[in-house]
Design a protein. Structure first.
Lengths: 270, 194
């Protein structure tokens, strides 16, 4: 990822310098990386209300807030704009939210705590997606202000590495146990997201340097259908393991609000 | 400064990687003795060293290994180095001096009836003795992330299957551990299983 970003920065700089030298910077503008930091508000997922094993509470309940910020980022390593109006942008982004695990832990306690003196509790699990994306945009200018509606098409996938757990539960007054193993994996290596987005920003620069900075607010809505497999197995001494599997199809939706920061080496020209 | 040069400088800065860390060599341990204790795991709290009757459903044996650092300690760092066994374990057997059940007469291996709790009394399906032996009795519960330098001087054998009613009364369990350097350790413990 770091090498990709470095290559993009280099390419952007060289292309822009070349464009400046050749005099067609008026038409084609290559922009430098843009970083966005966002606060997310996930929307409760549809279609998972009837999941077994308490999974509807486990996966369907995401919590918004500051804790979700680390999962929500957008890096725009490079953009191409024609006459500073119509643009094509390339993104690498992540989105998701921490799961509210109270319901799931309550379910596990209700079901097992009367028989087992150790019931595994989850403390931190996130639903996270990440991957590249491409977007098209049109810019409106008013003095130094910019309004930029954008539509982004993403190629993300679920990071399922954080969603598994395996814990033995020990029976009261006995050496017997149940190995409770919950596995969650994406059912497809690639999913898609659709993201309408709008940014409002202001450009400014300092007298002695040609760098133009842009700072603004950004808001978007993510709609991302995805599917995942759930495998629940329970194993104990002297018994055959019980394994249950199902596939869940649902849609992850989320609102994001944040700010962005960008710097261009040359002043964009209209 | 030329913008292109500035770009290249920024790129070089991003390409600088973090310096790598060299792993310190482990201290090497040799087991020098083995002592067993009865454990009653059937109540609200665990009783170690119990001498009375123990319910079979919660009977465990505590294994206390005495170990000694062997070989060179130069180049080791108390804060960085791990602790690894000097030699591999080649055999681990638990047996009874009296008949355990129809299939297990006196002296037969009872390995299939016990689980090895390398980290305590909480065991899972991967803590059977064959599994634990494959990992040199080290952290059998965590084989997916196994670390050969995590030898525990205190471990537990948990009885998972009680003897049948046909074979009641006091019995002596014997544990034998043999290492690749031909050393082996044996201890026994007397218990009356209920």
């Amino acid at each position: 990822m770091k090498n990709l970003l470095t290559a993009a920065i280099l390419a952007a700089g060289l292309l822009q310098a070349h464009a400046q030298d050749q005099g067609y910077v008026h038409a084609l503008q290559v922009e430098l990386p843009q970083l966005e930091f966002k606060y997310s508000i996930p929307v409760k997922e549809k279609g998972i209300g009837n999941l077994p094993y308490g999974m509807n509470q486990y996966l369907g309940s995401t919590q918004p807030g500051i804790s979700a910020v680390v999962l929500n980022y957008t890096i725009r390593p490079i953009s191409l704009f024609y006459k500073d109006k119509i643009g094509l942008s390339f993104y690498y982004n992540g989105f998701g939210a921490n799961l509210d695990l109270d319901g799931y832990n309550r379910y596990m306690t209700d079901k097992y705590s009367s028989k087992y003196n150790y019931v595994p509790m989850l403390s931190l699990t996130s639903l996270a997606f990440y991957g590249p994306a491409i977007g098209i945009a049109y810019r409106f200018h008013y003095r130094s202000y910019i309004l930029e509606p954008n539509f982004i098409f993403g190629f993300e996938h679920l990071d399922d590495g954080m969603l598994d757990f395996e814990e033995p539960m020990r029976q009261y007054g006995s050496n017997q146990f149940v190995d409770y193993n919950l596995g969650i994996s994406k059912s497809s290596p690639l999913q898609h997201s659709f993201r309408p987005r709008v940014a409002v920003g202001r450009r400014f620069h300092f007298k002695k340097i040609s760098t133009v900075f842009e700072f603004g607010l950004v808001a978007d809505y993510i709609y991302s259908p995805y599917a995942y497999n759930i495998t629940l197995s329970q194993m104990s001494y002297g018994s055959l393991p019980t394994v249950e599997q199902l596939t869940v199809r649902t849609v992850y939706r989320q609102y994001n609000f944040g700010f962005y920061l960008k710097a261009n080496l040359h002043r964009p020209l209209n | 400064m030329n913008p292109t040069i500035r770009q290249i400088g920024l790129a070089l800065l991003l390409l600088v990687s973090l310096p790598g860390c060299n792993k310190e060599p482990d201290y090497l341990y040799k087991v020098t003795s083995l002592a067993l204790n009865n454990v009653n795991n059937s109540g609200d709290s665990v009783v170690i060293g119990t001498t009375g009757t123990v319910p079979a459903r919660g009977y465990c044996i505590q294994l206390n290994y005495t170990t000694q650092i062997t070989g060179s300690t130069s180049g080791r760092d108390p804060n960085e180095s791990g602790y690894a066994l000097y030699t591999k374990i080649t055999r681990f057997t638990i047996s009874s001096t009296t008949d355990f059940d129809e299939q297990h007469p006196a002296g037969a291996s009872l390995n299939a009836y016990f689980y090895y709790g390398a980290y305590g009394l909480s065991v899972g399906i991967t803590d059977s003795i064959p599994y634990a032996l494959a990992a040199n009795l080290v952290l059998a519960s965590y084989r997916s992330d196994i670390s050969v330098n995590s030898w525990q001087d205190s471990a537990y054998l948990l009885l998972m299957q009680a003897p049948t009613q046909l074979y009641p009364g006091p019995r002596t369990f014997i544990v034998n551990v043999a290492f690749a350097d031909s050393t082996q350790f044996t201890d026994s413990v007397l218990v009356n299983l209920d």
